[in-house]
Design a protein. Sequence first.
Length: 131
Amino acid sequence: DLHSFPTRRSSDLWSLNITKASLTQLIKDVLNDLNQGVRLASKKEVKSHGKSNIEVSFKEDDECNIKVFVVVDFGTSISGVTYNIISEIKNRMDMILERIKINITVTIVGIKSKQTAKRNIEVSRFYDVSE
């Protein structure tokens, strides 16, 4: 799937085509770079929530919806790690895109200690065009 968004460094004549795969890679890079006791959930761990551990969808009015399913290590601050994931995804998207609405949801599907304890903790943040 391909969607066209206005870019940060463009005039009205330019736009940037973004694929779901490129945004998926951006999200994977965010999680790898944060390195805060969090990892993407496996397909088995998210089967009751959706089809994939990262879901990206576009709407006609330059809106992007992102859902990320993760597992955190025992003792990791849930509020801290979800805040950092959402903020960093938004910051990286702001570097290349402008004037888009973004809804980012991070769902914690498990807490990892010796075994993974199932959880369903969802944190969402919506950014309007003005933010």
